[in-house]
Design a protein around this ligand. Structure first.
Ligand code: GDP
Ligand code: MG
Length: 448
């Protein structure tokens, strides 16, 4: 399996300590294969792999992970980012009703989705109205009405008299949309969901119709509905709809099938628009808010590898935190080495919050550590690296001439060395207090 192959790759990489181009190439090959297996469009895969290689080459070597795991971690982060980062929910208009329009090819799942979305919003306390603007396909209006009945949501359809399945409702879909929105205003619906027609292929007449409906009603959200099984065609279809109706979000349907969801990556990368919902069956409840992190896992198909990475990182963080906690408990002297290692952890994590959360009673440190941004941590590193090991372990000996030497060696002004030593002194005092159980009432640290 893919996981086995990757584990083998990792074994070869383990212990080298530094990422080489050959290492990255090895993992990148496996990632490329995983993406192609997931039916991500070929040009999208090429661009993605290029970006990963660039980022991996510049990445700092992690102490918690082996190089192969590190590359997979970068891949996963990039994937989640492209898929929209955080889950994006609908944006409701300040002045109701919020108008949501669905667009996409025939058979993508728009009409089915309309019912599910109405049901979802109704359960969240909204009062939606469905509007039937597919006057192209026999039985399309009836299909929406059935969905509306199931969801217990009313449907605005001006042509209820369609008696036979073969009969195509007539009328102007733009006018129906406009009237539907007017009806929603009148009857105090706060959300309008407009179902539209699609064709089997991208079609300029229907695209124009969708654009006209959107303009006529001033849709707040235009959701591009796409079948996850569309595969390599995802790019062209998404591009056409992006240009045609400039959609605001994507809904991926039929994720209950075999498709691994590569289309999500293709669409998101090519259009830059977020995937918002996933449809996972024909039932009203087969619908979920889209989670980029879960989809990244599905596309990569390396859930176990990613879990391993998370475990490795968590246990490394915990070990570091415990080392530090033990040091306080032992009342050992807090040295500049410790100070530096704290700063480096802070930099690595982006925030000290995680570490502080693991150290009982350490919350008071946050205020002090919040004073340091990445740039100032870089300067602190430079200053401490310019000290001798003896100076780092016995900072008291750092007198005026040593300060001048250190400032020169690290390319900063002496005042910065002074400030660092002052901060260190404060941190040291605080550490002693913490070790003595004196957390409550910790004095706030003066800012720099
Ligand atoms: P539209 O032409 O875009 O309106 O597509 P429809 O809503 O009519 O759906 C086309 C077909 O796909 C219907 O048979 C639906 O029941 C089916 N369908 C829609 N969404 C899903 C889904 O998430 N999973 C599965 N398995 N089938 C779906
Ligand atoms: Mg339909």
């Amino acid at each position: 399996s893919l996981s086995d192959r990757l584990t083998a790759t990792f074994k070869n990489l383990r212990g080298k300590g530094k990422l080489t181009e050959a290492d990255i190439d090895g993992t990148a090959r496996e990632i490329r294969r995983a993406l192609l297996d997931a039916d991500v469009a070929v040009p999208v895969v090429r661009e993605f792999i290029g970006r990963i290689k660039e980022r991996a080459m510049g990445a700092e070597v992690s102490e918690a992970l082996n190089p192969g795991q590190q590359v997979v971690k970068i891949v996963n982060e990039e994937l989640v980012g492209i898929l929209g980062g955080q889950t994006r929910e609908l944006q409701f208009a300040k002045q109701p009703p919020t108008i949501i329009m669905l667009a996409g090819l025939q058979g993508a799942g728009k009409t089915t989705l309309a019912g599910k979305l109405a049901f979802h919003l109704k359960n969240k306390g909204h009062a939606p109205l469905l509007v039937a603007c597919d006057l192209q396909r026999p039985n399309a209006v009836r299909q929406l009405q059935v969905g509306g009945e199931r969801a217990n949501v009313p449907v605005y359809a001006p042509h209820p008299g369609v008696s036979s399945e073969a009969e195509v409702p007539t009328g102007d879909p733009v006018a129906v949309a406009r009237d539907g929105v007017a009806t929603a205003r009148e009857k105090l619906h706060d959300v309008v969901i407009i179902d539209t027609a699609g064709r089997l292929g991208v079609d300029s007449e229907l695209m124009q119709q969708a654009a006209d409906i959107k303009a006529a009603v001033g849709a707040h959200e235009t959701l591009f509905v796409i079948d996850a099984m569309i595969g390599q065609d995802a790019v062209n279809t998404a591009q056409a709809f992006n240009e045609g109706v400039d959609f605001t979000g994507v809904v991926l349907t039929k994720l209950d099938g075999d498709a691994r969801g590569g289309a999500a990556l293709s669409v998101a990368q090519v259009t830059g628009k977020p995937v918002m919902y996933a449809s996972t069956g024909e039932g009203l409840k087969d619908f979920e808010v889209f989670h980029p992190d879960r989809m990244a896992r599905r596309i990569l198909d390396m859930g176990d590898v990613l879990s391993l990475i998370e475990q490795a990182e968590a246990s490394w963080d915990k070990a570091e935190a415990e080392k530090m906690a033990k040091k306080f408990a032992d009342q050992e002297d807090f040295t500049l080495e410790d100070f530096l290692s704290q700063m480096q952890q802070l930099k690595k994590m982006g925030s000290m919050k995680k570490l502080l959360g693991m150290m009982p009673g350490a919350q008071g440190m946050r205020q002090q550590l919040d004073q340091f941004d990445d740039a100032s941590i870089g300067r602190i590193e430079a200053i401490i690296y310019s000290m001798t090991p003896h100076e780092r372990n016995a900072p008291k000996i750092i007198n005026g001439s040593r300060r001048a030497r250190i400032a020169k060696g690290s390319g900063v002004h002496v005042s910065e060395v002074n400030m660092l030593l002052e901060r260190f002194g404060q941190a040291q005092k605080m550490m002693k207090k913490m070790a003595g159980g004196g957390m409550p009432g910790m004095p706030g640290m003066p800012g720099g």
